[in-house]
Design a protein around this ligand. Sequence first.
Ligand code: SF4
Length: 389
Amino acid sequence: MSRPACSLRSFLRASSARSFPRNVRTLATPSSSKTSFSQTLAEGPALDDFIAGNVSDRVVLGNTTGPRLPSYLKTSIPKGASFSKIKSDLRGLGLHTVCEEARCPNIGDCWGGKEGATPEEGRRAATATIMLMGDTCTRGCRFCSVKTSRAPPPLDPHEPENTAEAISRWGLGYIVLTSVDRDDLSDGGAHHFAETIMKIKQKAPQILVEALTGDFAGSLAQVSVVAKSGLDVYAHNVETVEALTPFVRDRRATFRQSLSVLEHAKKEGVRITKTSIMLGVGENEEQVMDALRELRNIDVDVVTFGQYMRPTKRHMKVDRYVTPTEFDRWKHVAEDMGFLYVARLDAKPSDLQAGEYFIENVLRGKATERRTTQLANGEALDDKLSSIS
Ligand code: SF4
């Protein structure tokens, strides 16, 4: 029988006489039991106790059934002159960034530049990942919050020119271009991607370009189109270990297909290939080791590890939050295997910018200082650097 509303006063009185043995009281509804929630509420302190300050319990709000976000992964609200300038430049030019579309929590770090820096200094220090071919993807990966449609709007034929113009005016040293997957286009958008890179290199040859592409549905001919466009780094993300790929990525994406993209790009003469693995989606250590071996076998140069961050409640749950110690361990493992490795704690932190800076130095042949530091981790890395410098 439910408690009538008019008995609130007697309920408060009765509740105030109870003792409160629990240290933590949960206000979120546990998915398993509504009864236990009602019971917990009934047994908890009453309004009188809160007014009198007699409550020592700690109240926990939100979802208490999943892992809680650790403090080292919390980020601040984006601000700063550099952040605002990049945002307004992008709006004015009608460009999209993956930073915004994917609701990346580290947008403030990447766009914010340095504290107290001039707008020019801020731009140089900032990293923005430009998303080509619109904001709507033909795929639906379970971790990604980009909009999905079978038939996204047609390509903007002016986008390569506009993007190249905007990027050349910004004065950035290193730019990442990426795109949604466009399975609706006969070439997957490879020529549009390549045209953008060629125009950037025409207008500002000093800018290093990293292209983070999809898998072009396994078409190696389309991979060649992008790989031969004059880019500096070819990136394609395997995202997770092979066993979890069908549960994490869109069904049309496979781990083997992604390996073939990276392998082919290298065969086409790209100097640096790069991939990324999200941790915290349910993978185990052995699976990560297997993935690293596979990537090393096809001569991938850079691997970054990220923490999976659930963008909305409609996306797959975080299995666990990886500790900084574990990230460090993977960093050493990857370095010992011969990767030019970039440690990365979450989706897009300042560590990643350091990685881009490092790659920039390697490509410009100025990696001596960092090379000396990393040499302590083994001769394999030195061999790797020599072969791509
Ligand atoms: S392919 Fe997957 S990860 Fe990439 S934009 Fe589309 S839905 Fe997102």
